[in-house]
Design a binder for this molecule. Structure first.
Ligand SMILES: NC(=O)c1ccc[n+]([C@@H]2O[C@H](COP(=O)([O-])OP(=O)(O)OC[C@H]3O[C@@H](n4cnc5c(N)ncnc54)[C@H](O)[C@@H]3O)[C@@H](O)[C@H]2O)c1
Length: 271
């Protein structure tokens, strides 16, 4: 099996290391808008091959691989997801927040069905999505509670507009409570987890999100609570940051590796 990794940052690198060790994978193509990064990765791994960052090179690689993995940015997901699905190529998307755009999501989902291509969205930095997925159609309430330390909130325009300085907080404080759609708009850094939970459960308008700043917190925690005819689900993860990118939870990269292993080996446990 051959894969193309788009985005040679923290998730891309964890994936590349795992893919290098997997006997099922014999070629790892790399591309990145930073050619230097892609070159470094391609030369670091014996299975590595460099793909240029122009449409013709990327399309040529898409045609040669079995699976494309986007681990770059929402901009990249917006550009490459339809490019793959249109060609019937399977793609795993890490920048899942891109799917909060209803029109874009509908277009991609339609393309996947029409061209019999698979669109994989790993559970990423949140846990409990297995239960939420199983309960689909029997869920009445979904609530995501995200707690981060002050570092997780710098550069949030909404807080600046409100004149709120989270570094001055002395106790856990609720910064936001509302729909996932509104949370994604006001707290774009929370977009991936809110999107994953919304896609699994009740959608962006009915999923409730609470965002808390805890001045003592050094981890990003996500609590997922769901209720319905299936019963009640409560799951919580205390995420440590990725060794290479403090903005990314390590679990997100590990979930991509786990998804790759399931795809490559055709064995899915916990589907
Ligand atoms: N699903 C989840 O729960 C979850 C969790 C964490 C991160 N993510 C998302 O995964 C993506 C990758 O995260 P990361 O920590 O590896 O990021 P990173 O910043 O460490 O690496 C991103 C890499 O992609 C490249 N890149 C960015 N935009 C690009 C583009 N348009 N075309 C080609 N290359 C591009 C950058 O040059 C960089 O090398 C991000 O969008 C992030 O938001 C998802």
């Amino acid at each position: 099996m051959r894969i193309l990794i788009i985005g040679c940052g923290s998730i891309g690198n964890v994936l590349a290391k795992a893919a290098q060790a997997m006997p099922e994978i014999d070629g790892i193509y790399f591309t990145d808008r930073s050619e230097q990064r892609a070159k470094a990765r391609a030369s670091e791994y014996s299975k590595g091959r460099l793909t240029g960052y122009d449409d013709a090179s990327i399309i040529s690689s898409i045609n040669q691989v079995d699976l494309v993995i986007e681990a770059a940015s929402q901009e990249a997901a917006r550009r490459f997801t339809p490019m793959c699905l249109d060609r019937g190529r399977d793609i795993m998307v890490m920048s899942v927040g891109v799917f909060h755009d209803d029109v874009f999501r509908g277009h991609c989902f339609d393309l996947a069905i029409k061209n019999r291509a698979r669109l994989y969205i790993p559970s990423g930095a949140v846990c409990g999505t297995d239960g939420l997925r199983s309960a689909q159609g029997r869920v009445d309430q979904v609530h995501l509670i995200t707690t981060k330390g002050p570092n997780g909130f710098h550069d949030v325009a909404y807080l600046k507009e409100k004149g709120m300085d989270v570094t001055k907080l002395t106790e856990p404080t609720i910064l936001f409570e509302g729909s996932a759609r509104e949370a994604v708009r006001l707290f774009p850094k929370n977009v991936n987890v809110a999107a994953t939970v919304s896609l699994m459960g009740l959608g962006f308008d009915k999923t409730k999100v609470t965002i808390i700043c805890d001045p003592r917190s050094t981890v990003n925690s996500h609590q997922l609570i769901a209720k319905g005819a299936f019963g009640e689900l409560k799951a919580e993860i205390q995420n440590v940051p990725s060794p290479e990118n403090p903005a990314t939870s390590y679990l997100a990269a590990l979930s991509a590796v786990s998804a790759l292993k399931s795809i490559a080996t055709n064995v899915w446990v916990g589907v």
